[in-house]
Design a protein around this ligand. Structure first.
Ligand SMILES: Nc1ncnc2c1ncn2[C@@H]1O[C@H](COP(=O)(O)O)[C@@H](O)[C@H]1OP(=O)(O)O
Ligand SMILES: [Mg+2]
Ligand SMILES: [Mg+2]
Ligand SMILES: [Mg+2]
Length: 414
């Protein structure tokens, strides 16, 4: 299968699919049917296996006020994960990942964003739809991007067809406008979905960890989060930087405010309740950090770990999979200290942080403040993000603040 790679000025777009033949289906969105949509069927009625009404009935039965949204969120990220898995397998076979030398965006990032937004719109009926998501269509609207746009369109349509939940087909114009559904600014009032369609794109291209991360903000607070981690072992990653042999791979973490956190397999095993580890002596703790040294200052995290007395080497993995792994006790601490000038985005932490807090953990910035997701697309925070259990947090905060002070003093002497 030949890989096709398109280079655009600010993005690397990778496509490696054998492109499918478009099939006749009902165009999306409906109604009214805009002229740019493919008129594949005379019927303008939408057809889904899991209708909003079914989801709402399940919600009423569970006692969880966000159960309908949770079911829709899980369904949306599971559909997107199918697309991502297909693309990642093709990329690995074709070796395209070696060309990803700067902040990459792939057909899978766009495809995942379209599928999650579309699936939520189909299945969540309550109130206006607002989505704060990472990608936009700017690069795809430029000259030279036509082929990539066609690839994304085919990839999305093929994934929808194979999944079978929706009898719908996108045109290229429909794809562009679906990506731009994610342009909401979020904020302190109302409900906003928050999406990173592929978190850890560098890990994705390397064939390593990545996550599809989706959260719901309600009046500025994260009330729900789901993390699909297609390459994460289902039960544990207790072997450092490796998989436990024989373990099923593909984990879907979820949490709703006040209802705890769960993990289940991406192919639908029953959810299991999870909780953070109960380690109270840092000597026995291990810590997670970014695989990419460009994403987090490994010198600083090393010095924090040393101050704490952590003996184990860092566990370096990509994406919010770290939050999921922490939430089920695979490790005790997550340290994230981006280089100066980097602004954290809400979609990089909203889903992961509620999975950890609902599993009994704490997530704060380096000053010990809760993360504030109500300020728009960016997180406005002090220096870095740390997460651990309640027992370790006081000594972790102390070590973090000492290490930052020393680093700042050393920098001022230069
Ligand atoms: N220079 C950077 N510093 C910190 N984080 C970054 C930087 N560039 C991209 N990211 C984002 O960091 C996250 C991955 O972090 P980690 O290092 O924990 O895997 C991703 O959200 C990634 O974006 P993206 O979603 O595009 O992959
Ligand atoms: Mg990105
Ligand atoms: Mg991200
Ligand atoms: Mg991303």
């Amino acid at each position: 299968m030949a890989a096709r790679v398109g280079l655009l000025p600010h993005a690397i777009l990778v496509s490696s699919r054998a492109l499918p033949t478009p099939r006749a289906r009902v165009p999306y969105p409906l109604p009214p049917v805009p002229s740019y949509l493919r008129h594949a069927s005379s019927s303008a009625s939408r057809s889904c296996r899991a209708s909003p009404r079914f989801v709402a009935v399940r919600a009423m039965a569970s006692g969880n006020p966000y159960a309908a949204e949770l079911a829709a969120a899980k369904k949306a990220v599971t559909l997107a994960a199918k697309l991502c898995q297909t693309v990642q397998q093709d990329i690995m076979h074709s070796g395209v990942q070696a060309k990803a030398d700067k902040s990459p965006v792939t057909v899978a990032d766009y495809g995942s964003q379209i599928l999650v937004g579309f699936s939520l719109k189909m299945d969540v009926s309550s109130g206006p739809f607002s989505l704060v998501a990472e990608e936009d269509s700017d690069e795809l609207r430029k000259d030279g991007a036509e082929e990539i746009l066609e690839d994304i369109t085919d990839l999305v349509n093929e994934t929808i067809f194979d999944d079978g939940s929706y009898n719908i087909s996108f045109t290229k114009e429909g794809i562009l406008s679906a990506i731009d559904d994610g342009k909401s600014e979020g904020g302190p009032s109302g409900r906003h979905w928050v999406l990173d369609p592929i978190d850890g794109t560098k890990g994705f291209l390397r064939g390593d960890q990545y996550a599809i991360a989706l959260a719901l903000l309600d009046e500025g607070k994260v009330v729900l989060g789901v993390l699909a981690c297609p390459n994460l072992p289902l039960s544990s990653i207790n072997n450092i930087n490796g998989n436990s042999s024989g373990d099923k791979v593909g984990a879907l973490f979820s949490a709703t405010i006040g209802c705890g956190a769960q993990v289940e397999s991406l192919d639908g095993s029953p959810p299991q309740k999870i909780s953070v580890c109960s380690i109270d002596n840092p000597v026995n703790a291990s810590f997670f950090e970014s695989y990419e040294s460009a994403h987090s200052m490994h010198d600083l995290t090393g010095s924090i770990a040393e101050k704490l007395g952590v003996q184990a080497p860092p566990v370096r993995i990509d994406s919010q999979a770290k939050y999921g792994a922490l939430a089920r006790g695979d490790g005790a601490i997550y340290l994230r200290f981006p280089h100066k000038g980097y602004r954290e985005k809400i979609w990089d932490h909203a889903a992961g942080s509620i999975v950890v807090t609902e599993a009994g953990g704490i997530v704060t910035d380096a000053a010990g403040n809760d993360l504030d997701f109500s300020k728009g697309r960016f997180l406005d925070l002090d220096t870095g993000i740390i997460a651990t259990n309640k027992e370790l947090m006081p000594s972790l905060l102390k070590a973090v603040q000492e290490a930052i002070k020393e680093t700042n003093q050393a920098a001022s002497l230069l």
